[in-house]
Write a protein that binds this ligand. Structure first.
Ligand SMILES: CC(C)(COP(=O)(O)OP(=O)(O)OC[C@H]1O[C@@H](n2cnc3c(N)ncnc32)[C@H](O)[C@@H]1OP(=O)(O)O)[C@@H](O)C(=O)NCCC(=O)NCCS
Length: 203
């Protein structure tokens, strides 16, 4: 499944902290794939966002608590929509399913202060899992990141989160480490698996 980066992402010609990736932010769509649109969040996404983030199974290995009230979702979606993918910190890309014209998930990217590395996370609404959409969306976002000059993308997941680990394996992430009882989440210590992918290993 190929993705097409839109004209709002300009590759950087160099790899220095001064230069960094340049994302031109004037358009709401960042990338299109066969089945998905990767776009900026908008106010109308609040209900769908609240619905999938409120599912206890979706929240199980994540930092937020379910349920997520629509009012809180509206606040978060407004913040995501106003964010910028080109400055250090988290930016959330909305995943829209073309056939439904609706939000089905999100891909979060934390751009490092050095503008050369990033961390990635992803969430898909349960009704749309098991169809390859998350892999397709993350692949498109990785295309954007590596195309913009990012040199390394990291990810980590709870060791019990096998769907997440399979996705990262599929995309070619290297398993780089295992941290025993590293994260306190939802009342227990959990093990983390660490993943990494270098630009030179990205096809
Ligand atoms: C992590 C998460 C996004 C993975 O979702 P997913 O639906 O399993 O991943 P994809 O959308 O890429 O789908 C891949 C699955 O669809 C299957 N599939 C079915 N039809 C397919 C198609 N046409 N194309 C590609 N894959 C297809 C694949 O075989 C694969 O199944 P497998 O993992 O059992 O081998 C999802 O479990 C989730 O949102 N979890 C909650 C949030 C979370 O924990 N996020 C990760 C934090 S680290």
């Amino acid at each position: 499944m190929s993705s097409t980066a839109c004209a709002d992402t300009l590759p950087c010609s160099g790899h220095s902290a001064q230069c960094g990736p340049i994302f031109v932010d004037n358009y709401k769509v960042f990338a299109s794939t066969e089945r998905l649109v990767i776009r900026r969040f908008r106010a109308q996404d609040a209900e769908a966002f609240a619905a999938y983030r409120s599912d206890p199974l979706v929240a199980r290995f994540q930092s937020w608590e379910a349920p997520v009230p629509v009012v809180e979702a509206a606040r978060q979606v407004a913040r995501f929509g106003a964010g910028s993918p080109s400055v250090p910190g988290w930016f959330q890309y909305a995943i829209e399913l073309r056939s439904a014209g609706a939000l089905v998930g999100d891909v979060g990217v934390q751009l490092h202060d050095n503008l050369m590395q990033a961390e990635i996370g992803f969430t898909l609404a349960p009704a749309h899992q098991g169809k390859g959409y998350a892999t397709e969306a993350v692949r498109a976002v990785l295309d954007l990141l590596f195309g913009a000059g990012i040199l390394r993308v990291s990810a980590e997941c709870d060791a019990r989160n096998s769907a997440s680990a399979r996705l990262l394996d599929r995309l070619g992430f290297r398993r780089e480490g295992y941290r025993v009882e590293h994260t306190w989440i939802k009342g227990e210590w959990t093990d983390d698996v660490l993943f990494g992918l270098l630009a030179r290993d990205w096809r």
